[in-house]
Design a protein around this ligand. Structure first.
Ligand code: NDP
Length: 454
């Protein structure tokens, strides 16, 4: 069978067996359709049914999570862990607490994670988990009780050499702390079963900053290849969480100016540049809406989602030369990217996982003067630094900030280099989606073949 027919057959199979999982299908289609030139060259992947195997998680666990809210009422949620692929190492991937979490979303995230982790060059498998729990508006006590209830099942699946979760949307240092405390109580173990831990109890310096910093390092490499830099560029950022905050912070170091951040309630446009200290105070300390930012900073305005007239994500209407989508999946559509382009933007670097729709991605790839850095490669800095945290835990040491940041920089450069070189090798120079997918896939697929049919 031709490679193209093989890929189509596997995609049809996914539709048949997972009919209500459009986001997972989107992620799988993006990877598989990029593999044609590799499968043409290397028939072994078809011979060993690698595609059929790689699109199916090794193990999926769904569990009921019940906690008592502040009104003494039992609240019931779905908890999940998708252990997608362990060919390169222990399952690794974050936990997301958000009302939109379901199996479709977690399968997409877990699938992406396999290739992202492969690109880091570290021995990490891919997984993802979470719950359809909304931490927003909950008291500290409710968050703690939810995290403990969630860990009452998750602990059976995780361990430092088996499965090592971290944070994602809605799961930051506070939630990791509560979950790790419960893990310790249930298992009696103090090991590296989670990353993103507090600095005094096994966490790594620079883990908090890593995804945002890494995304900017990746963008600088991509620009350098074209003889350009971030210096003097106005940048639009979406999101106002972990990834967005540290992307904004690092952009200043490269002479760029982040002028927006956004959350689910709207966006802030600050023509003087985003004030990092104020943003951190509002988002990390007060856990409040971005509307507070504009009340405290004269040069800024807040535009509420209720006032969006286009029905699109209007943060992308703000003119810029580079954009860093850092909120969630499918937040940047074709109209958004056309607007960015018309306003002079020539680089999109994805801090979030799959923030661009399929059509937006096609638009970016079809314009030679546009640099598109896919999340799978560009946001790998977080998991890479989690890998470094695991390394420090295993050797019972802790490294300096500069050492971790230096390693992060090297890893991001290596990821760019391998994605770029692979795009050249397979005839699409500069197509970093194709380069990242082929390079990430090849390593995992070869390990799967070596390890037999399991
Ligand atoms: P956070 O929870 O810290 O922040 C998420 C931000 O995005 C918040 O400002 C949130 O607004 C906004 N947001 C989330 N969902 C939506 C939505 N549906 N519409 C509009 N805004 C939304 O998460 P992170 O910063 O950690 O993660 C952001 C993205 O980066 C995700 O795609 C994640 O998978 C990806 N990522 C994260 C890594 C990490 O190390 N943290 C590593 C690699 C990728 P609000 O607070 O109002 O909900």
């Amino acid at each position: 069978m031709s490679s193209q027919s093989y890929i189509n057959e596997v995609l049809e199979h996914i539709k048949r067996v997972s009919p209500r999982q459009p986001i997972f299908f989107q992620a799988a289609r993006e990877v598989l359709t990029n593999l044609t030139p590799l499968l043409d060259k290397e028939p072994k992947y078809q011979k060993h049914s690698v595609l059929e195997r790689i699109v199916m998680p090794e193990k999926t666990t769904i569990f009921r999570t019940v906690y008592i809210d502040d009104n003494s009422k039992a609240q019931v949620h779905f908890g999940y862990r998708v252990q997608f692929n362990s060919s390169l190492g222990p399952y690794k991937g974050g936990l997301r607490f958000h009302p939109t979490v379901n199996l479709d979303v977690l399968k997409f995230l877990g699938f992406e994670q396999i290739f992202k982790n492969s690109l880091t060059g570290l021995n990490l498998g891919g997984g993802k988990g979470g719950a359809n729990f909304d931490p927003k508006g909950k008291s500290d006590g409710e968050i703690m009780r939810f995290c403990q209830a969630f860990m009452n099942d998750l602990y059976k699946l995780i361990e430092d050499v088996k499965d090592v979760p971290a944070g994602d949307i809605g799961v930051g240092a506070r939630e990791i702390g509560y979950m790790y405390g419960q893990y310790k109580k249930l298992t009696g173990r103090f090991d590296g079963a989670m990353t993103g831990k507090g600095l005094s109890w096994g966490g790594s310096l620079a883990r908090t900053e890593a995804t945002g910093y890494g995304s900017v390092y990746f963008a600088t490499e991509a620009l350098k290849k074209k003889g350009k830099s971030l210096d003097g560029k106005r940048c639009v950022i979406s999101g106002a969480g972990n990834v967005a905050i540290y992307t904004a912070q690092k952009l200043y170091e490269f002479g760029a100016t982040p002028v927006t951040v956004s959350d689910s309630r709207g966006y802030v446009y600050d023509e003087e540049g985003v004030d990092i200290a104020l943003l951190k105070e509002i988002k990390e300390v007060r856990r409040a809406s971005l509307s507070e930012y504009a009340k405290e900073k004269k040069s800024a305005k807040f535009v509420s989602v209720n006032d969006y007239k286009s029905g699109r994500n209007e943060v992308y209407d703000v003119p810029c030369q580079a954009a860093f989508p850092s909120a969630t999946q499918n937040e940047l559509n074709l109209d958004d990217v056309k607007t960015l382009y018309a306003n002079g933007c020539r680089l999109v670097c994805e801090g979030a996982n799959m923030p661009s729709t399929h059509e937006a991605m096609e638009f970016m790839l079809s314009h030679d003067d546009f640099i598109y850095c896919p999340g799978k490669a560009a946001n790998a800095g977080g998991v890479a630094t989690s890998g470094l945290e695991m390394e420090q835990n295993a050797s019972m040491t802790s490294w300096s900030f500069d050492r971790v940041d230096g390693e992060l920089k090297n890893i991001m450069k290596n990821i760019f280099d391998i994605a770029y070189q692979t795009s050249v090798e397979y005839g699409k120079p500069g197509n970093l989606v194709l380069g990242a997918n082929i390079a990430g896939f090849k390593k995992v697929a070869d390990a799967m073949i070596d390890q037999g049919y399991i």
